[in-house]
Design a protein around this ligand. Sequence first.
Ligand code: ZN
Length: 184
Amino acid sequence: MNNTQNKTGKTTIELGRVKGENYGYKRSLAVTVDIELKDSEKGLVLSICGYIWNTKRTNIICGGQCNDELKHLLFRQQFTTFKPTFKDARRLFQIWERWHLNDMRAGCEHQRKAKWDEKLLDDTKPATQNNMATWTYRKDNPKGLLAEPCPECGYKYGTAWLFETIPADVIEFLTQFVKTYGDK
Ligand SMILES: [Zn+2]
């Protein structure tokens, strides 16, 4: 953790412009992403937020955890300009989804590996909040996982915010991404 100093900080990156008609505008709209790495007692904490701006850039149409939305727009070729390479963008979206707020994990490493957070109470129904096993106590549903212990370490799901260390290659990619696409 000794050379984290030059890696911390927040950078706003202009990703590109998206076709305005997706949001009822005639002109294209700017899309930015904020990438922030912060030092904490346990290690680096990542936060990524994305924004789609109105034409005057006075307000946001979509902001925060809009990675799914941005990914969709990119895959549907709705950007008129887009700064990063497709490969870099894909990796950024993967990292965003996987590592955003890595200091606020509801599950332990085993529960993450076993994908507790994807388990449904009823597999025939969509993954809405009411159908997520980790949102439900076992007393309310036999498939509920909230506060249930991990079979390996005993940690009870959702009873603390756990820290998960970001791998070095992810930090390296983000540092490089900011250097390549951030405004000087
Ligand atoms: Zn565990």
